[in-house]
Design a protein around this ligand. Structure first.
Ligand SMILES: Cc1ncc(COP(=O)(O)O)c(C=O)c1O
Length: 396
């Protein structure tokens, strides 16, 4: 299998982690040698309720028995998609009411950028340096990391970049600006939280000049920061909210939500303003609905903040310079990229899954399932500390 993996399946790096997966349940992934890995990454924030959550599996199986794909997005009335969008509206503040369901996060970002252009009639999009919003041409155009996009230029024109949390830069948002797109908490940059008033100030400037604020909730979304959406921690309401990853409970999904007045503009002049074959797919929507129901009806969301405290109390070591983030969207910072690499690889040997962040070589991602237990947190942190001790001994 390993040989075929390298021979036939296109790779994104020359050195993938290459665990050969047999099955996964709860907070653990098992390889084909039956080695057990505690999962502190959750498919990069995608498996919010852990692996094979019974409520999600049941919802998917029930839907499989009824029908799979029947029609392109939006033409037929399909219960899972309708219930999902209705429930989302009930959990979002006014006027965020109408949701377009997509196949992935990046497609939802594309849709949100198109919607912003359509609504404002302006082309300029302002994004943040070190931002990541996806990897298709439009979302890559608003990625704030030149090194990774240079080879793919020309991208969409009329983009500009401001420094996240820098209030002086806010003045660059002008009457030419159609939209400002920001991650509520910057992920790839190293889990950088907005300073409390920053997002409010950006929103105020957007209102003054008639630009829209798009918040990318693809990582914090669905409960990871103690609230359903990260922006609910910062007392603001964006014009468009984009979600994905953890929304699907392990199946591929994305969505963007705006006011009805805005969203209805995608239907007209030109009609078919954003179309997709599989967006709103009934099996995926059933999984996302079950995920949303479980997260909002159980205590997992509230418990994330207690779990964050536990992580912070355990992750104390001379080689841990800082623990960043909010809730179960955490990263710890090591003194060097080399140590980061060693920690991730050695922890994997010891049966703990960790991962890198895109643009911060010193950071190590901790985004476990929200369902992770206290004893599993202790078990994983003990592995991290043991590995850090070993690395420290080698260094000395
Ligand atoms: C903040 C953010 N936005 C957008 C995306 C793109 O989502 P997808 O990989 O589902 O296209 C990601 C994925 O990592 C992300 O972290």
């Amino acid at each position: 299998m390993k040989q075929d993996f390298f021979k036939y399946q296109a790779q994104t790096t020359p050195h993938p982690l290459a665990i050969e997966v047999s099955h996964a349940i709860g907070s653990y992934i098992y390889d084909t040698n039956n080695k057990k890995y505690l999962d502190f990454v959750a498919g990069v924030s995608a498996c919010s309720l852990g692996h094979k959550h019974p409520r999600i599996i049941r919802a998917v199986k029930d839907q499989l028995d009824k029908y799979l794909h029947v029609m392109v997005y939006g033409e037929y009335i399909q219960q899972p998609a309708v219930e999902l969008t209705k429930l989302l509206a009930s959990h979002l503040p006014h006027p965020l009411e109408k949701t377009y369901l997509t196949n992935s996060g990046t497609e939802a970002i594309e849709g949100s950028l198109k919607l912003a252009r359509r609504v404002t009639g302006r082309s300029q999009i302002i994004a943040a340096k070190l931002a990541y919003h996806g990897n298709t041409m439009g979302s890559m155009s608003v990625m704030g990391y030149e090194e990774r996009k240079q080879a793919f230029r020309p991208l969409i024109p009329d983009t500009a970049f401001i420094t996240f949390n820098d209030e002086k830069d806010i003045k660059q948002i002008t009457r030419k600006t159609g939209a400002v797109i920001l991650e509520t908490i910057q992920g790839g940059a190293g889990f950088i939280e907005p300073k409390y008033e920053y997002l409010k100030k950006v929103k105020k400037q957007c209102e003054e000049v008639g630009a829209l604020l798009i918040l990318d909730e693809i990582q914090p979304g669905f409960g990871r920061t103690g609230k359903l959406f990260g922006f609910q921690n910062y007392d603001i309401i964006p014009d468009i909210v984009v979600m994905g990853k953890g929304m699907g409970g392990g199946l591929p999904v994305g969505a963007f939500t705006a006011s009805t007045t805005m969203m209805d503009q995608l239907q007209d002049n030109p009609k078919l303003g954003h179309i997709t074959t599989f967006g709103g797919n009934p099996v995926i929507a059933a999984a996302a609905l079950a995920t949303l129901q479980e997260i909002t009806e159980s205590d997992v969301m509230a418990a994330t903040l207690e779990k964050e405290k536990l992580f912070r109390s355990l992750l104390i070591h001379p080689l841990i310079k800082e623990v960043r983030g909010l809730g179960l969207m955490l990263a710890f910072i090591t003194p060097s990229a080399e140590i980061t690499n060693q920690v991730i690889l050695k922890c994997q040997d010891h049966g703990l899954i960790l991962f890198w962040l895109l643009f911060e070589p010193l950071a190590i991602r901790i985004t476990p399932p929200l369902t992770i237990s206290e004893s599993e947190i202790r078990e994983g942190c003990q592995i991290i500390l043991t590995v850090l001790d070993q690395i420290q001994d080698i260094k000395i």
